[in-house]
Design a binder for this molecule. Sequence first.
Ligand code: FUC
Length: 793
Amino acid sequence: MIALKHFLPGVASLLLTAFAAQAAPETVIWFDTPATNFTASCPLGNGRLGAMMFGGIDHERVVLNESSVWSGSPQDSDRPDAYKVLPEIRRLLLAGKNTEAEALVNANFTCQGPGSAGPQWGCYQVLGNLHLDFQYSHPAASVANYRRELDLDTATAHVQFDRGGVGYSREIFSTAPDQVIVYHLTANQPGELTFALSLNRPERFATIADSDHSLLMTGQLDNGAGGGGVKYAARVSVSHRAGLLQKAGETLQLTGADEATILISAATDYRGFAGRQLSDPVAASAQDLQRAAHKSYTTLRSAHIADFQKYFERVHLDLDSAPDSKSLPTPARVEAFHCGADDPGLAALYFNFGRYLLISSSRPGGLPANLQGIWAEEIHTPWNSDWHLDINVQMNYWPAEVCNLSELTQPLFALIASLQAPGARTARAYYNARGWVAHVIANPWGFTSPGEGASWGATTGGSAWLCQHLWDHWLFTGDTNFLRWAYPIMQGSARFYDDMLIPEPTHHWLVIAPANSPENHFRMADGKEASIALGTTVHSQMIDYLFNACIQSSKILGIDDDFRRELTDKRARLAPTQIGHDGRIMEWLQEYGEPEIHHRHVSHLWALYPGDQISPETTPALADAARQSLIVRGDEGTGWSRVNKALLWARLNDGNHAWKLLCNALDPVLSQEIRYDNGGGVYPNLFDSCPPFQIDGNFGATAAIAEMLLHSQEGEIELLPALPDAWKNGRVTGLRARGGFAVDIAWQNGRLTRAAIRSQRGARCHIRYAGRAAEFSLPAGQSLSLNDQLQAQ
Ligand code: FUC
C-alpha cells in the first residue's frame, strides 16, 4: 500500500480509495536466472558511476561505467569558407533546383574531417568489468530459489540463491552521497564466501593489486589525434568478516569469509564543460574510496537510499496489475503482456523505470544522459553513444519537468551553454550569421559543425530544439533567476535564425535555407530524391517557439525592446504549418512525394509535442491534420519513434491510440542489430530497444505516460486528457504542471474521482476535465481538492 505521506497535505484521505495498490509489481524488475547478456543485467547509477550487475552464480560480471570515459578530443571541424557557397545554394533552392543545391551542400556543408566517423570525435565507452569467480563448498550441489531483482524504490539490485544448504545473498548500489559503487555479499553459514576478484577492460588498461585488499586499474584513452586522451583510474577494495583476503598477482582472493563489502571508485581527468574537472584521477579515486571505507555498509546504504528517494518518491503511479504480475519474472510478464494479458501495471513499472534511470544517469554538475544514459559495455558504442540533437537527447529529458525532476535537467543546460562559443564560430563559418548554432550531433568536445553526411547532418535545428528545454523549464518552475541565465542563450540561438531567414518566392513567407526535415527525404516532381529543402515545417515550428520564448522572456526581464520588436515582426511572417490536399500536415513547404511514408521521425508534428502551437482545443484543423499524419505514418518504428508517437497521440487526447503505441514500445526484443525502419521494443531488463539499446525510448515512455494523465499547455491544466480504456482504475500523485502546480489525480472505472492541485508560488489555475472547466485562485503553497465535477471540496 502506498503510504499516506505521498499525497498532498490535507487531501490525502480523500484520495484513499478502495484501490489497493501493490508497490512491488510497479517498482521491481526481477528475474529467476542470471543475466546472459548486458540487456538482461540490472542497471545502477549515481549519475556518474554506473554498474550493470549480471548476478552470475559461479562467475559474476559487473560492467562498470563512469560518465566521462570518452575518447577523442576537441577538433576544429568547421569549414571556414563554406558561407561563400551559401548564396548559390539559396539561389538554386529558390529556383526549385534541390538536387543541384544538395550537391553543393554535400560538398560544402559537412564538417571538415570525418566527424563522428573519425577517432577524434570520440566514443563513450565502458570503464571496465569487475569479475568475481566464486568457489563453493558444494560445487556439485544444485542451485535453488534463485532470484535477481532491481528494486526501483531503493535503487538497489539483489541476488539470492541457495546452494548446498547455504543461502547466498548480494546487494549492489551506486551511491551519489559517497561517490562509490557498493557491492555487499553474504553467506548465511560461517566461512562459505570464497571468491577471486579481478578488474579489466577490453583495451588500454593495467591492473595491479596495490595492497592486499585493493586493486587499481589505470589507463589512457585514445585522443583520436595520435596522442593520449582522457586518463582514468578505477579502484576496488574489499573488506570482510572472517576468512582470509590476499592478493594473488593482479587479483584478490577472499577465502572462507562470512560477509564481504566491495567498494568501487573511479575518476577521469576529463576537463570539459561539466563533470569533476580533475587533474589526477588516481588521487581522486583513492580519496573517494578512503572516505567511503570509513563508513559502514549500512551507513552507506541508508545515505544512498535517502538521497535516491528524495527524487524517486516525489511521484507515484498506481495502475491495476495483472494477478500474476508478482509471480512472473519481468521478461515473462512482458511476454504475457505481448500475448494479450491485461496488465496496465506494467506501464506503471515502465514509467517508474524511466524516472529511476534519469535519477541514476543525470545529476547536477555531471554530464547529460547520452544515448545509453551512462551504461555501456563496449569500446565502440552504437553512434558513439553521443548526444544526437534531432530528438534523442531531448527525449532523454522529456520526463524531467512533469515528473518533478526539474533539477536533473541541469546537465543538459550545461551542455547547451557550452555549445554557444563553438556554435558561434560554426554560425560564422557556414552561414555568416550571428548567434550560435548546433546541428545534429554533439560530443563532450564542443562539436557544433554539421555532421559528416549533409543529408542528415546539415540540419540547423539542433540549437532551437535544445533551447525549447530552457523555456519549458521556466514555464514549469517560474524561476526568474534561471530565465536571466537562460535568456542570452536563447537570444543567441534566435539571432542565428533571425539571420538565416529568407523569403520564399510564392507567399514570401520567411523560411530557413538550406533546411532538412530530420533524417527524412522527399521525391520531387521529376522523380529525383533530395533531403535539402527550402524551408521545412519543423524549422518553422521550432523557430516560432524560440522567437516566442525570447519575446516573452524579454518582456518578463524588461530588456531588449528592439530585438523583441524584430522577432515579433519576423515571427508573424514565418511560414505557417500547412495542411496538404490529403488532409495531413505537410512536412515540407511543398507537397513532395514521400519515399518513406513510415519514416521513424515525425518532426513536422513538433508543434504538437514537444512544442505547444498545435492542440485540439486551440487549432482543431491542424490537430486533425496531425492525426491524419500519424495514421499514415503508422504504429511501428524504432523504440524511440514508438514512444514519440504515443506522446503525440496523448496530445491529441486519444488515450487508446497512445496506449497502443506504448504497448508496441513494450514488444519483447532480443536483437542488438541497428535498425532504422522498425523493430523497437524492450530488452529483458526493460532497457529500450531502438534496436540496439538506446535509452531515449525509456525516457520518452515515461513522458508519454505522464502526458496521458495530465496536460498543461496554454495556461490550462487538463486532467486525464488521454486516459485509455484499459487503465480503468488508478491514481497518480506528485506530477508537475506548467505554471508551478503539483497535481494528484485519482480515478475509478475510467472516471475522475478526486484531484488535488497545489500552487507552488500562488497563481490562478484553469482546470479542465471531460468538457468541464473551472478556475480557482490558489495562494502559494495551498492545496485545492476537487471532486469529479471540478468542485472544490
Ligand atoms: C537518430 C535516429 C536513429 C537513431 C540515432 C541515434 O539519428 O534517426 O534512429 O536513434 O539517432
